[in-house]
Design a protein around this ligand. Structure first.
Ligand code: PEP
Ligand code: MN
Length: 353
C-alpha cells in the first residue's frame, strides 16, 4: 500500500503519516519526488487500513499495490489448482459438466433426471435439498429426505453429488453425503458459513454473490481457504443489473478476469445467469469459450412440474443437444470434455469413487 502525500504536504505531516504506519505495526519507507512524496507501507496490510491512513492531514490518496486476497491469488500460487472429486479433475484443462434439478422433488423425477443427465454425459449430479428462497412461502426443499434421494441417485448412476448447504449447523450433515458442497449466491458473504465449510475437507463450489464484485467474490473464497480448505471451485452465476429482460446478467467478463487473477477453477452457471431455458445453451458455450473449466446446468425431466426454476431448466433432449455442441466446441478449443466418471475411475487416474 502506498500513501500519496499532497504536493503542499509539510515535513511534519509526512513524518506524522510515517509514525502512524509504524504505530500500526508496519514498516514505512518514504520516496521523495520532485513534486510530492509517497510513503510506502510495508507488511501484511488489510483493506480497512486505507481508510485509517486516508484521514491523516496532508494525504492526497492511498493506493493498494498488492491484492487483498492472498490464498486465492496467482501472486502467491501461480499454478492452476485442480480440485479432485473421485476420478474427476476440475480445473485440469478438461471441461466438466454438473447437471440436474434445481430442487430435489419426487423420487421418480429425481431418478429419471439423474439417469438422463448421466446418459447425456454429465459428470456430476446437482440437486438442492436445502433451498434458499426469496419468499418463505415457497418450497424450501426436502432437507434430509432430499439428501437421501440424492444418495439413491448416486448409488444407481455413480455420479458424484453437488448440493447446497445454507446453514452452518447443517454442514456436517450435508458433508456426510455430498461430494461437493455448494455455497449459494445469497450466502456469498455469510462469513460464518464460509468459515464452517472451510473447516471441512470437502470441495466447495462458491457461487458469486449476485451483488458481489469479482474482488469480493475472491475474498469470500479467501474466508474458506483461511480455514485450511483450499479445494474451492468458483462459480459465476450472473449479477444484478438494471436489465430486466433476463433474470440476472451473466458476467462473461468475470471468467477470464478471475482465471487470470486466481488459480482456482471457475465454473459457469448459465441457468441462473439467464433465467430462461432457451438462453442457457448459447451462454454456456460462450462461458466455455471464455475459459470456464465447466458448467452447472439445471435439467428436469418435466420442467413444468419443477418445484423451483422450471423456466430455466432444460429438458433432457435440450441438455443432450447442449452436450453435443459442447463436445464440438471443446474439441475446437483444445480443451476436451472430461471423460465419463466411471471411465475416469476405471483408468485409475484419480481416487476410487
Ligand atoms: C441453485 O443453484 O439452485 C441456486 C439457488 O443458485 P444461486 O445461489 O446461484 O441462486
Ligand atoms: Mn435454481
Amino acid at each position: 500500500m502506498i500513501v500519496v502525500m499532497r504536493t503542499d504536504a509539510s515535513e511534519e505531516q509526512i513524518e506524522a503519516v510515517a509514525a502512524k504506519i509504524r504505530e500500526l505495526g508496519f514498516r514505512d519507507r518514504a520516496i521523495r519526488g520532485v513534486e510530492r512524496t509517497v510513503v510506502c507501507v510495508l507488511g501484511q496490510v488489510y483493506p480497512e487500513l486505507m481508510d485509517e491512513l486516508m484521514v491523516l492531514d496532508g494525504v492526497e490518496t492511498v493506493l493498494r499495490v498488492s491484492k487483498p486476497y492472498k490464498l486465492a491469488s496467482r501472486e502467491v500460487h501461480p499454478m492452476d489448482t485442480v480440485v479432485r472429486v473421485g476420478g474427476l479433475e476440475i480445473g485440469a484443462g478438461r471441461v466438466v459438466v454438473m447437471a440436474g434439478q434445481c430442487s430435489v422433488d419426487t423420487e421418480e423425477f429425481t431418478m429419471a433426471t439423474a439417469r438422463a443427465v448421466k446418459e447425456a454425459g454429465a459428470h456430476v449430479l446437482r440437486g438442492g435439498a436445502f433451498k434458499p428462497r426469496t419468499s418463505p412461502h415457497t418450497f424450501e426443499g426436502h432437507g434430509k429426505k432430499g439428501l437421501e434421494l440424492l444418495a439413491k441417485a448416486k448409488a444407481e448412476t455413480g455420479l458424484p453429488i453437488i448440493t447446497e448447504v445454507l446453514d452452518p449447523r447443517d454442514v456436517e450433515l450435508v458433508a456426510e453425503m455430498a461430494d461437493i458442497l455448494q455455497i449459494g449466491s445469497r450466502n456469498g458473504q455469510n462469513f460464518a458459513l464460509l468459515k464452517e465449510v472451510g473447516r471441512t475437507n470437502k470441495p466447495v463450489l462458491l457461487k458469486r454473490g449476485m451483488w458481489a464484485t469479482v474482488e469480493e467474490w475472491l475474498l469470500a473464497a479467501e474466508h474458506i481457504m483461511s480455514q485450511g480448505n483450499h479445494n474451492v471451485i468458483l462459480c459465476e452465476r450472473g449479477i444484478r443489473t438494471f436489465e430486466t429482460a433476463t433474470r440476472f446478467t451473466f458476467d462473461v467478463n468475470a471468467i477470464p478476469w478471475v482465471k487470470r487473477e486466481s488459480h482456482l477453477p471457475v465454473i459457469a452457471d448459465p441457468s441462473h445467469g439467464t433465467g430462461r431455458w432457451y438462453l442457457v445453451e448459447p451462454v454456456a458455450l460462450a462461458a466455455i469459450a471464455a475459459g470456464a473449466d465447466g458448467l452447472l446446468i439445471e435439467v428436469h425431466v418435466s420442467p413444468d412440474h419443477a418445484l423451483s426454476d422450471g423456466a430455466q431448466s432444460l429438458t433432457p433432449q435440450n441438455f443432450a443437444r447442449l452436450m453435443e455442441r459442447l463436445r464440438v466446441l471443446c474439441q475446437a478449443l483444445g480443451r476436451p470434455l472430461h471423460p465419463p466418471v466411471a471411465q475416469a475411475a476405471a483408468r485409475g487416474d484419480g481416487q476410487p469413487l
